[in-house]
Design a binder for this molecule. Structure first.
Ligand SMILES: O=C(O)CCC(=O)C(=O)O
Ligand SMILES: [Fe+2]
Length: 344
């Protein structure tokens, strides 16, 4: 077999990186972790982390919260719906989201249902944050454990995201706390979902539960049941399944990070196919995607370690709010768009 033939059969793999000892590791150990992160971020934009420090009890509570909310009848879920589809808070029923439009594709509405919470203006009363970017959360009534279980996960995922940005900073030859200057009132959101919600339609066997898109913030921390559904587009344009390793959290970079690194790091196109078990049968899959977006008023300028004479800065400086509204431009209108991004 020739070398190139071998290369084409190499299985697609999202690297698993153990960060248990990041804080107390030697300089050599930390450099090795930072190099693994840089390689994964530059090649595929996805990685998995073990040793992330999230206690088993938080994962257990998240599972209970997902079941308690999504197992309710539709009217009870609808009672926790947000004031409008444009505000990412509370329950969103199936087919109200069209992320693939931002990629220029005309896909039908997505099949997933979701429940979203995020950073609220009232979390930072000293700052007068805009309520449109930092809307208040909506909580279901009659599920007293749901809110503490979800908030425990929100805070755990936020801690993971903040810890990862320290590792990212070292990977990018920056001071370890570099990103924290940009994330004190970060636009963060946690999107819980459960699927499939409708049986597969034989007329549209390939219709994904969530269409192809990129995330638009700094990074996304994803927990899900170990069921095939999440797919990344590889360098040859083929969809590749990403199955989380036991105990690992899947992390991907968003468009903001790609822009910040002057495209040294990748914001990968991904989608969620109809969930299937190892035998290919339809399966239930719960997921929790935590989007770490950064301060809405932070100014993002290409990182010095990502710019040189061979790689001049490609993008002008932008505020994170400006980046989001440019990305939303690609969301709101149907038809081909420049923006490939969707949400944090
Ligand atoms: O549920 C998932 O696996 C990922 C969802 C996702 O890509 C997103 O919400 O942006
Ligand atoms: Fe995504």
């Amino acid at each position: 077999m020739t070398r190139s033939a071998k290369a084409t059969v190499r299985p697609f793999k999202v690297p698993v990186i153990d960060i248990t000892r990041w804080e107390m590791g030697s300089a050599r150990y930390r450099a090795a972790i930072a190099a693994q992160v840089d390689a994964a971020a530059s090649n595929i934009g996805f990685m998995q982390f073990t040793g992330h420090g999230v206690p088993e009890s938080a994962i257990h509570g998240l599972g209970l919260a997902l079941d308690s909310f999504f197992d309710q009848p539709l009217p009870a879920k609808r009672a926790a719906q947000g004031p409008s589809a444009g505000i990412a808070r509370g329950y969103s029923p199936p087919s109200t989201e069209r992320p693939a439009y931002s990629l220029g594709a005309r896909s039908p509405g997505d099949l997933f249902e979701a429940f979203t919470v995020g950073t609220q203006a009232s979390d930072h009363r000293d700052r007068a944050l805009p309520a449109t970017d930092y809307p208040e959360n909506i909580w279901p009534v009659g599920l007293p454990r749901f809110r503490p279980q979800v908030m425990t996960w929100f805070e755990a995922a936020q801690n993971v995201a903040r810890r990862l940005t320290r590792i990212f900073a070292v990977s990018l030859d920056l001071p370890e706390g570099f990103f924290h200057t940009y994330t004190g009132h970060s636009l963060d959101a946690l999107r819980l979902s459960s699927g499939p919600v409708v049986p597969d339609d034989p007329a549209e066997p390939d219709r994904p539960a969530m269409g192809a898109h990129t995330d638009f913030g700094i990074l996304t921390v994803l927990w899900s049941d170990p069921v095939n559904a999440l797919q990344i587009m590889d360098h040859e344009g083929r969809w590749q399944n990403v199955l989380p390793e036991p105990g690992a959290l899947v992390v991907n970079l968003g468009d903001l990070m790609a822009r910040w690194t002057n495209d040294r790091w990748v914001s990968a196109v991904h989608r969620v196919a109809s969930p299937t078990d190892t035998r290919g049968h339809a399966a239930r899959r719960r997921s929790a995607a935590f989007f770490h977006g950064g301060n809405f008023d932070a100014l993002v300028t290409a990182l010095p370690s990502c710019v040189d004479s061979a790689h001049p800065a490609k993008y002008p400086p932008v505020t994170i709010a400006g980046h989001i509204s440019q990305s939303r431009g690609g969301l709101d209108a149907a038809g081909p768009k420049i923006s490939r991004s969707r949400r944090w």
